[in-house]
Design a protein around this ligand. Structure first.
Ligand code: PMP
Length: 407
């Protein structure tokens, strides 16, 4: 199905504005996507009509809010195809999901001398929690190297896997380079030696079909704001048997069964991991973001974004001084690049002057930037509401900027 992009754009009020006197071209979608009207209206409608704390109230508003909140859990279950709704835990985002696993699974199951494997492509949020855990436990963090295209070296991964490996935590799609990792292979190899696997789905969940049962991953984490939903909200999927074996994360209301001053017993999953009043409004609005993606169809979204990426790479490659960074065979719609002789930040500022929003810097992947001996890159990332005409304007601006230093 060919998507009606103009109609889709009409659902995103934020796109209809000028920046620095030029129509906004928003190409910072890997950092966060814009939100469709349905999400904005759901937020406002919740606070206008339904605002109430959930799960404990006997009154009508509490019941209404609880049911709508839990409907999102059910929508997320089918979005990820988990077996059970109880395996879906709401978090603040990908970062909190990983920290939750590091501090609960890690606390119970990682011991001195154990090994955790990550890859060179990881976002800081899939590096630092494991470093903190390893430091505390005397465990060892190992890193899968990559080639110059930005693809993990699977043979090297094979060598890193030993009977000491307890966890492999790897990104599905790189936010800095766009590389899609062969996670099916990683998961099955890790499982053969009895290690658990966490998939960082922050950048994949908006673009790729996710089926956690088919993947057989033990954990999958994502952020709502990367798929047209609100900020400060995410999902941790975990297999029931693993979640049940893990101790709670935070202590407080909701996560308990019974409290006395002598002893507390804990609630069932998912509530065991959802202490305190959750982000009710954003969870409720997130349902509309999932509907938006489902209505368009991920394969249609992906096809459109891929066509923009291919078109952009073709056109930009003709520009003298344009240097792509990350040229993996399989990519989501992320295009990292440099302009010969120019600092990425300066390029970003000049693009902003033309109304074009891109990200510059290390993209929270400093070790990956070090691998390429770079301080950072310029990153354009495409979403379903971007157009070929916008890519043309990017190309035109990059071409002008490149000419300043590449005669
Ligand atoms: N992992 C990846 C691959 C990401 O792109 C991001 C966000 N840039 C994160 C983790 C962290 O997500 P959040 O800030 O929403 O917790």
């Amino acid at each position: 199905m060919t998507l009606d992009i103009q109609n889709i754009r009409g659902q995103f009020p934020v796109l209809d504005q000028e920046v620095n006197g030029k129509p906004l071209i928003y190409l910072d979608n890997a950092a966060t996507t814009q939100k469709p009207k349905a999400v904005l209206e759901a937020l406002s409608s919740y606070y206008t009509h339904d605002n109430s704390n959930i799960h404990r109230g006997a009154h009508t508003l509490a019941d209404r809010a609880t049911r709508t909140y839990e409907k999102t859990r059910s929508a997320v279950r089918s979005f990820l195809n988990s077996k059970e709704e109880e395996e879906i835990i709401f978090t603040k985002g990908t970062t909190e999901g990983i920290n939750l696993v590091a501090s609960t699974f890690g606390r119970k199951f990682i011991k001195e001398g154990d090994e955790i494997i990550i890859s060179t492509l990881e976002h800081h949020s899939n590096i630092v929690p494991w470093q903190m855990l390893c430091e505390e436990k005397g465990a060892v963090l190992k890193v899968i190297p990559i080639n110059d295209k930005g693809e993990i070296l699977i043979d090297e991964f094979d060598k890193l896997l030993t009977e000491k490996t307890k966890l492999v935590s790897i990104v599905h799609a790189s936010n800095a380079l766009g590389t899609i990792n062969p996670i099916e292979e990683v998961i099955s190899k890790a499982h053969k030696i009895g290690a658990r696997v966490l998939i960082d789905g922050a950048q994949s969940s908006a673009h790729l079909e996710i089926d956690v049962q088919a993947l057989d991953c033990d954990f999958f984490v994502m952020s709502a704001h990367k798929i047209y939903g609100p900020t400060g909200l995410g999902v941790l999927y975990g297999k029931r048997e693993v979640l049940e074996a893990m101790p709670p994360y935070q202590g407080g209301g909701e996560m308990i069964k019974e409290v006395t001053f002598d002893k507390t017993t804990y609630n069932e999953i998912p509530f065991k991991f959802e202490a305190g009043t959750p982000n009710i409004a954003d969870v409720i609005a997130f349902q509309k973001a999932i509907e938006f993606v489902n209505d368009l169809g991920k394969s249609n979204i992906r096809a459109h974004e891929e066509s923009l990426l291919t078109y952009a790479v073709d056109k930009l490659s003709n520009i003298k001084g344009f240097i792509p960074v990350g040229t993996a065979d399989k990519k989501v719609s992320v295009l990292s690049f440099l302009i010969n002789g120019m600092h990425p930040f300066d390029v970003g500022m000049m693009l902003d002057a033309s109304g074009i929003a891109v990200r510059t810097g290390h993209h929270c992947t400093q070790p990956l930037m070090n691998r390429f001996d770079l301080e950072g890159t310029v990153r354009a990332s495409f979403s379903v509401y971007n157009t070929k005409e916008e890519v043309d304007r990017l190309v035109e601006s990059v071409s002008k900027i490149a000419k300043l230093k590449n005669k």
